[in-house]
Design a protein around this ligand. Structure first.
Ligand SMILES: *Cc1c(COP(=O)(O)O)cnc(C)c1O
Length: 458
């Protein structure tokens, strides 16, 4: 049998570009072809509906329960953002549509979203330009480091080291001064850090790095803690990545789709990846590829467009004042939980936190209870556990990020549950070490689950 793919497919929106010649003819070996029909199940519509409804009810998500998973910002994703992302004009776009590349009429709306988003993120972060392409925060970090390298290579700088401070509280300026030298390419800083603490000497840190022509990279994955309130560019940063998931719409956990746009200051604009959306003199939008100093492609096509679109809707919906309230409520909620629970759980860093707070189960260890037992106890009570055992600099850490979208009632109910678990750890620890008892298989042997797929699939 021979499958021929048409060289070009005339479609409603014009002619698609030719497919890759290598893939245009596929031969399937005879022994691989089916000789009789596949035994597909015959089911009624009702059976199928029940099957999929049952599957959907096994989901645990922000739409069903409180999900205070530290550093993942599992906030509510407004349904209007989903609805707009599903508009046929957006949802049916294909990256190979020639109009997209050439900035044709059918794709002007999508290009305008990317262009406007660039401008809005510049305003939010005090950067000069963004690439929308990185598909996650980690991908943004890679892109940022590649831009850093391209800058130094272009200038003929001999640089060998990038500093990445351990989030042990805050950066020690004296230690930093001793470490920085002419080979320092730059620094990567997470602020607020994974303890939810804002770096007080941030401007001074940037000055020290700049004094040796190093670049300052801001990990803005958790920008929801400061969005609308403070801008990394104003602190002195040169490169910023944002997690549009986490910070704006789209929750993060579970490794779903994300977007990690990277913004840079003026002197780094030339190094941004191809392509960039530009606005032509006649007001139309096009993709620009002629960028000789660019680090090149870091993703196929134009990034995770639908995630960018959701964030775009979110920003426009909230506006300048609304975005400030995002940061205020994220910080207020985290501090509320921190203050209410510090009597019951050890709080290694007591200062005002930003979007998350980190407790330790070290007091509970007296009765043999660990952070993992508190986490499992929460599962029985309908909560997704906080992040446990990260950051690793806090022993038995329990990292709670309530996010800005939760009500006081939800937080109060969670706080009450955490207090009950602290009591249980004292009075009836054996009940906690047996948790969870409400899940189909109870407490998993996590080591075995990692090694044995059958167990993991339960
Ligand atoms: C989540 C996070 C990242 C990574 O983002 P991904 O989209 O998961 O790759 C990086 N830095 C910080 C501080 C984060 O919280």
């Amino acid at each position: 049998m021979k499958l021929i793919f048409e060289k070009s497919v005339p479609g409603r929106h014009g002619v698609l570009p030719p497919t890759n010649d290598v893939a245009s003819t596929i031969h399937i070996k005879k022994e691989l072809l089916r000789s009789s029909d596949a035994a597909l199940p015959e089911l009624s519509e009702l059976d199928v509906v029940r099957h999929f409804t049952e599957l959907s009810r096994r989901n645990f998500g922000v739409d069903t329960n409180f999900y205070p998973l530290g550093s993942c910002t599992m906030k509510y994703n407004p349904k209007v953002a989903e609805r707009i992302a599903a508009y046929p004009g957006f949802a049916h776009l294909h990256p190979l549509m020639p109009q997209l590349r050439m900035g044709g009429i059918l794709t002007q709306g999508a290009l305008e979203v990317l262009y406007d988003m660039d401008k809005m993120l510049c305003e939010i972060t005090a950067m000069a330009g963004f690439t929308m392409q990185p598909m996650a925060g980690a991908h943004g970090e890679l892109t940022g480091i590649m831009i850093m390298a391209a800058y130094h290579r272009d200038k003929g700088n001999k640089k060998t080291t990038v500093l990445i401070p351990d989030s042990r509280g805050v950066v020690d300026l004296n230690a930093l001064k001793k470490t920085v030298n002419s080979e320092t390419a730059g620094i990567m800083l997470t602020c607020p850090n994974t303890l939810g603490i804002f770096e007080p000497d941030i401007k001074e840190i940037c000055k020290i790095i700049h004094s040796v022509d190093g670049l300052c990279y801001y990990d803005g994955a958790n920008l929801n803690a400061i969005v609308g309130k403070a801008r990394p560019g104003d602190f002195g940063f040169d490169i910023v990545h944002l997690n549009l998931h986490k910070t704006f719409a789209t929750p993060h956990g579970g490794g779903g789709p994300g977007a990690g746009p990277v913004g840079v200051v003026e002197k780094l604009l030339d190094f941004l990846p191809v392509s960039l959306v530009v606005k032509r003199d006649d007001g139309t939008f096009a993709l620009e590829y002629d960028r000789p100093k660019s680090i090149g492609y870091i993703a196929p096509f134009y990034g995770n467009f639908a995630i960018i679109l959701r964030a775009y809707v979110y920003i426009l919906m909230l506006g300048k004042e609304g975005l400030k309230r995002v940061a205020e409520n994220a910080v207020l909620n985290a501090n509320y939980v921190k203050e209410k629970l510090k009597k019951y759980y050890e709080l290694p860093f007591g200062q005002v936190c930003k979007h998350e707070c980190v407790f330790s189960a070290s007091r509970q260890i007296e009765t043999g209870i660990h952070a993992i037992d508190i986490a499992k106890g929460l599962i029985d009570r309908g909560y997704h556990p906080p992040t446990v055992y990260f950051p690793s600099i806090v022993k038995e850490s329990i990292m709670i990020e309530p996010t800005e979208t939760e009500s006081k009632e939800t937080l109060d109910a969670f706080i009450q549950t955490m207090i009950e678990l602290a009591e249980m750890a004292k009075q009836e620890p054996e009940k906690l070490t047996a948790a969870p008892i409400t899940t189909p298989v109870g407490r998993l042997d996590e080591t075995a689950a990692a090694k044995n797929v059958d167990i993991a699939q339960l």
